[in-house]
Every structure is written in structure tokens, then in C-alpha cells.
Design a protein around this ligand. Structure first.
Ligand SMILES: [Zn+2]
Length: 220
């Protein structure tokens, strides 16, 4: 990384470790084709009460995130530091995730081609049922390939507060169905974990499973 990319603004100095971990993930996901251009956003929970979230800034290339491309927001998505850049347009989805899922410590959002096309194909069913794949065991608490994992699909909209309200309502009514993540139609995947390592593993496992499902459909 160049000196310019490695310069951390003073308000992020104490979070450099988390910032660098998210920058590294951004580069990996850009390489994988899961976070092309300025798409995607990533966050970690810094503290729960009062809620402080470290989240990517709006409109940044995920393949070359600098230390200054991050923002600390509160539970309503408002910047804590006035001189910080604007946070991701989808920040509220991170806030709602942490509020609805008390064990979650990191949330990752990718825009992979398979998540995008499968979220369209399965939208009429309102979700995707993943089963009979050995890789399911990479998800927290899954011990057999026979376990079924449900990924709900929400319709895409630029009205993020409305989308966040839908996710919140779903989490209240069907909490167990929101165990690992959800898809947004023709848009991408949201997943999470108790910490960043677990969330990153869930991204890899779910992206792998979605690609397997997509390739299987293409071969039929
Ligand atoms: Zn997105």
C-alpha cells in the first residue's frame, strides 16, 4: 500500500487494526469479482452501547481502500466525527443488522455475479434453500451437509430506510431464518458473524454455495 493509502485520519487512529483488516478483505473481494468498482460495504461493531460502527465510506473503490475511507457511525447511521467522509449509502442495513442480531460483531456485503443473478431467479420463492452441500459445514453451527440453510431475498430499492424496515420486520417474525444472511434482488449478499473472521468465512462459504447452485442450474 502507498503512503497515501496508509495515512489514517486522527479520528480513526485507535481503529487502524480493524480498518486494515477491512481494507484487506476489500482487496480480496475485488480480486474475486465480488466487490467490483465502488460496490459493496463492510463494517465491524466497535461498541454496542452506545452503538458505534466502523463502516466503509460511500463510493470508494474496494480494490484500493485507503485508511481514510472509513467512518464511525452511531446506531442510527449518523457520523460520530464531523470531518469524516459520508458513510456508505447502505449504512442503515448495517445498523439494523447489529440491532436485530445481538451476537453479531461484523457485517459484510458483496455484489457477486452469482448472488446477483440467483437473487433474481429465486425472487418469486422469496428466498434460496441451500442443502446437500458439504461446504454448508463452514457456516457457524452447521454440522452436517443435510442441514437446510435459508437465505431470504428482499426486493431492491434505493429507499434504504424502507429496506431496513423490511429486514427488521423479517428478523422479528422469523429470527431463525435470518441466521446467516440475506440477498437483495439483482443486487447482492449480506452476511455476518460474531467477529470479522467468522463473517469473512461466511462470505466465502455462501459465495461458493451460490456459485455451485448457479452452475448446477446452468448445466440442467
Ligand atoms: Zn449493495
Amino acid at each position: 500500500m502507498t503512503d497515501q493509502l496508509a495515512h489514517a485520519p486522527s479520528y480513526l487512529a485507535e481503529y487502524v487494526e480493524q480498518v486494515d483488516a477491512l481494507r484487506e478483505l476489500g482487496y480480496r473481494y475485488w480480486q474475486e469479482g465480488w466487490s467490483r468498482g465502488t460496490s459493496s460495504n463492510y463494517s465491524v461493531l466497535l461498541q454496542r452501547d452506545p452503538m458505534h460502527i466502523l463502516v466503509t465510506a460511500s463510493g470508494k473503490d474496494k480494490g484500493r481502500l485507503s485508511r481514510g475511507d472509513f467512518v464511525v457511525v452511531d446506531g442510527a447511521g449518523n457520523r460520530i466525527h464531523e470531518d469524516a467522509p459520508k458513510s456508505s449509502a447502505e449504512t442503515l442495513l448495517h445498523c439494523i443488522g447489529y440491532q436485530c442480531l445481538p451476537e453479531v460483531g461484523a457485517i459484510l456485503h458483496t455484489h457477486s455475479p452469482w448472488a446477483t443473478v440467483l437473487s433474481q431467479r429465486f425472487f418469486p420463492a422469496k428466498g434460496i434453500e441451500l442443502q446437500d452441500f458439504e461446504m454448508l459445514k463452514g457456516l457457524r453451527g452447521v454440522t452436517t451437509h443435510q442441514q437446510t440453510v435459508w437465505l431470504p431475498i428482499f426486493d431492491n430499492t434505493q429507499d434504504i430506510p424502507a429496506l431496513a424496515a423490511q429486514v427488521q420486520l423479517f428478523a422479528q417474525n422469523y429470527p431463525s431464518q435470518l441466521a446467516y444472511g440475506y440477498l437483495i434482488r439483482r443486487h447482492g449478499l449480506y452476511t455476518w458473524g460474531r467477529d470479522l473472521d467468522e463473517a469473512a468465512r461466511h462470505v466465502e462459504v455462501l459465495e461458493f454455495l451460490l456459485e455451485c447452485l448457479g452452475r448446477t442450474i446452468c448445466m440442467q
